[in-house]
Design a binder for this molecule. Structure first.
Ligand code: FAD
Length: 286
């Protein structure tokens, strides 16, 4: 964990672009509540196959203009072309966006087909650098519990290193509930001379059914003891939230004490759970 202690701590919050007016209103309230914590930036996800392209940009612009915060759009390349990615980068540049989360993405379920001209995130990062030099601060994804499609842990590490060598500035991890997996990942990276900030992605626990579904899909492990406790609460949402808050607060505490260079919260466009964890940790606004 030595390499991580040297970095400044960065706190950030992730949103997804809303699909309806009601969703937009909910997001605005969450954003206003979380803005009081003065994060370094907000990030906005990008739908598989570019399905949310306009909404991602609109949400980013709203954060920049109305809230005057730095906002980073996610950008995935699977199924796309160099020309299309070039257009998006140009649009982002014109709108004074300087921070991007560069991802491969996943093919929408049920769609197989052509992976496109940029097949992996390292190719996207290299392309962004080729096209735009140092204009963007580039984040990439990291997987302390291994990406579900990787042939082995070692290969996944090597692939992570490719993205870093292609020009990434910082990384955000997939969420996890086992701090040891993160420490081990960071130590393996250090051994390969990969020392960029690797910021833990934090998923607050508010809804067990939804969390279990997500975790299956993205290969994030919910430790047995946590699963059993959550299952035992059944429909008792208040107990799920209280237990989730306690578990995730302790995880964040351990990570920060060990030298993690900040935290990136997957807010799911809600502020309550993230605010509660933040307050429990005694963190100060920006
Ligand atoms: P890559 O780094 O390309 O890795 C994908 C797989 O390919 C891994 O198994 C890796 O080991 C392997 N691999 C990588 N490079 C090579 C290579 N050169 N040759 C052979 N194999 C290789 N998804 C969205 O659709 N929209 C989002 O907004 C979004 N945001 C995310 C934010 C974060 C912080 C994280 C952690 C994930 C996010 N995802 C998002 C999910 C992500 O798109 C998926 O996890 C996807 O499956 C992998 O994307 P990646 O950028 O990590 O891919």
């Amino acid at each position: 964990m030595k390499s991580q202690r040297a970095h400044e701590k960065v706190f950030s919050f992730e949103f997804f672009p809303p699909k309806s007016d009601e969703g937009a209103e909910k997001l605005r309230k969450a954003r206003e509540a979380l803005a009081t914590l003065k994060p370094k930036f907000f990030s906005v996800t990008y739908g598989a196959g570019g399905s949310t392209q306009t909404r991602t940009l609109d949400t980013v612009l709203e954060i920049q203009r109305d809230a005057r915060f730095e906002a980073a759009p996610h950008l995935s390349c699977i199924g796309s072309t160099r020309e299309h990615v070039r257009e998006i980068l140009e649009l982002y540049r014109r709108n004074d966006i300087r921070h991007i989360v560069a991802l491969r993405g996943d093919m929408p379920s049920g769609m197989r087909g052509d992976p496109g001209e940029l097949r992996y995130a390292n190719e996207l990062v290299a392309f962004i650098r080729e096209e735009t030099g140092d204009h963007f601060f580039i984040e990439v994804a990291a997987y302390p519990e291994m990406h579900p499609q990787a042939p082995s842990y070692q290969k996944d590490l090597e692939n992570f290193k490719r993205k870093v060598e292609a020009g990434a500035d910082s990384a955000i991890t997939q969420y996890f509930y086992n701090a040891e997996a993160y420490y081990h990942f960071v130590d393996c990276c250090e051994k390969m001379d990969v020392t960029l900030p690797i910021v833990p992605g934090i998923m607050p626990i508010t809804n067990y059914t939804q969390l279990a579904r997500f975790s299956d899909a993205c290969g994030a492990d919910i430790p047995r003891w946590i699963r059993k406790r959550l299952e035992g609460y059944g429909e008792d949402m208040a107990s799920i939230r209280a237990f989730g808050e306690e578990v995730v607060t302790r995880l964040c505490e351990q990570l920060l004490d060990a030298g993690a260079p900040g935290l990136h919260f997957y807010t799911m466009n809600q502020s309550k759970a993230t605010l509660a964890i933040w307050n429990n940790l005694g963190l100060k606004a920006g």
